[in-house]
Design a protein around this ligand. Structure first.
Ligand code: AMP
Length: 114
């Protein structure tokens, strides 16, 4: 399986994932290797490879991803204590899958990166 296609297969339900939310624009599902008690990925249904590929035409998708991440944080009852939303970009950022994704992490006090 080509690593580019993993998230596309999850969107199309061709491989199993615990999908928490899906609409025409985004899909949100549990990260398979959670780094926190709550670790959810929010991805655009139409592939945007990296943050570098955000442009004037697709930038509203990012606002929707952020909005859905916050709605899920509220549903998971982690919003009051807080959470992190992380987007890794390319090699130095630690991006392993070439399909833009927001990590929503919470449910415990998380280490600061800086
Ligand atoms: P990144 O390092 O920012 O590219 O994050 C990729 C994330 O995708 C990692 O946290 C992985 O644990 C997660 N991941 C990889 N494959 C799957 C999968 N099949 N289902 C859910 N999450 C996955």
């Amino acid at each position: 399986m080509n690593k580019h296609s993993i998230f596309q297969k999850i969107i199309k339900k061709e491989i199993q994932a615990n999908i928490l939310y899906q609409d025409k624009i985004v899909t949100a599902f549990d990260d398979i290797y959670p780094k926190a008690p709550v670790h959810i990925l929010i991805i655009p249904n139409n592939i945007i490879k990296t943050a570098n590929d955000i442009n004037i035409k697709n930038k509203s998708i990012i606002a929707h991803m952020f909005f859905i991440a916050v709605q899920i944080a509220k549903e998971k009852k982690i919003s009051q204590d807080g959470y992190k939303i992380i987007v890794n970009c390319n090699k130095h950022g630690g991006q392993k899958i070439d399909h833009l994704h927001m990590h929503l992490l919470g449910g415990a006090k998380l280490k600061a990166l800086y």
